[in-house]
Design a protein around this ligand. Structure first.
Ligand code: HEC
Length: 165
C-alpha cells in the first residue's frame, strides 16, 4: 500500500513538473557571451576535480555530471538582445521575456531564465521546444533551478549567476 502511494505521488509530481514560461522560439538569434563557464566550455563528468572552482560551480557539476556518461558536455551562455544591458551591468533589473539561456549543446537542451515583473522564472526545453522539465530534485525542475540561483546570494543577482568576462 505504502509503495503504491509513493508511486502515485512520484507520478503526480512528474506530471506537474512544468516549465514556468513558454519556449523562446527565437533562441537562435540570442548572442553567445563570454562567462566563466562559457570559457571553460563544457560541464565535465563526475570524476573531474573541480575543487578549485567556487562552491556554486562545484554544486552545478555535482548536480549534472551524471546525466550521461562523460558528463553533460559542451555549453554556451546566450543572452537575448533585450537583456544585454542588464547582463553587462549586472544590476538585477531585467525586461519581461526570455533573457538568458544556458545552452547544453551536446544534450540539445536549453535552460531558460525568463523574467516577469523582474522576477526570474525557470524553464527547461529541448532545442525543438519540448518541455523537458522533470520531478523536483532531478535538477530539471524549475524549483531546483531556483534553489541554486537564489541560494548563492553573494554570487547570483536576481537569478543571474554569470558575469561577463
Ligand atoms: C547547483 C547550481 C545550479 C543549478 C541547479 C542551476 N544553475 Fe543555472 N547556473 C549556475 C551557475 C553557477 C551559472 C553561471 C555559469 C557561468 O556562465 O559562469 C548558471 C547559469 C545559468 C544561466 C545563464 C545566465 C545566468 O544566470 O548566469 C541560465 C539561463 C541558467 N543557469 C538557467 C538554469 C536553469 C533553467 C536551471 C534549472 C534547470 C539551472 N540554471 C540550474 C548554477 C546553477
Amino acid at each position: 500500500m505504502l509503495k503504491k502511494i509513493i508511486l502515485v505521488v512520484a507520478i503526480v509530481t512528474t506530471m506537474f513538473a512544468q516549465s514556468e514560461s513558454t519556449f523562446p522560439s527565437d533562441w537562435k538569434s540570442y548572442e553567445s557571451v563570454s562567462t566563466p563557464l562559457a570559457i571553460i566550455g563544457s560541464l565535465p563528468d563526475c570524476n573531474a576535480d573541480v575543487s578549485s572552482l567556487p562552491l556554486i560551480y562545484q554544486e552545478t557539476v555535482s548536480t549534472y555530471c551524471a546525466v550521461k556518461s562523460g558528463g553533460p558536455g559542451a555549453v554556451a551562455v546566450l543572452v537575448n538582445k533585450i537583456g544585454e544591458e542588464s547582463f553587462t551591468k549586472r544590476n538585477g533589473n531585467y525586461p519581461d521575456g526570455a533573457v538568458f539561456i544556458l545552452h547544453l549543446k551536446d544534450l540539445k537542451v536549453l535552460f531558460v531564465t525568463t523574467y516577469k515583473d523582474n522576477k526570474p522564472l525557470y524553464s527547461i526545453y529541448t532545442e525543438d521546444g519540448t518541455d523537458a522539465s522533470n520531478a523536483v530534485g532531478s535538477g530539471l525542475n524549475p524549483n531546483d533551478c531556483r534553489t541554486c540561483h537564489t541560494g548563492y546570494s553573494a554570487f547570483c543577482i536576481n537569478g543571474q549567476c554569470a558575469t561577463k568576462k
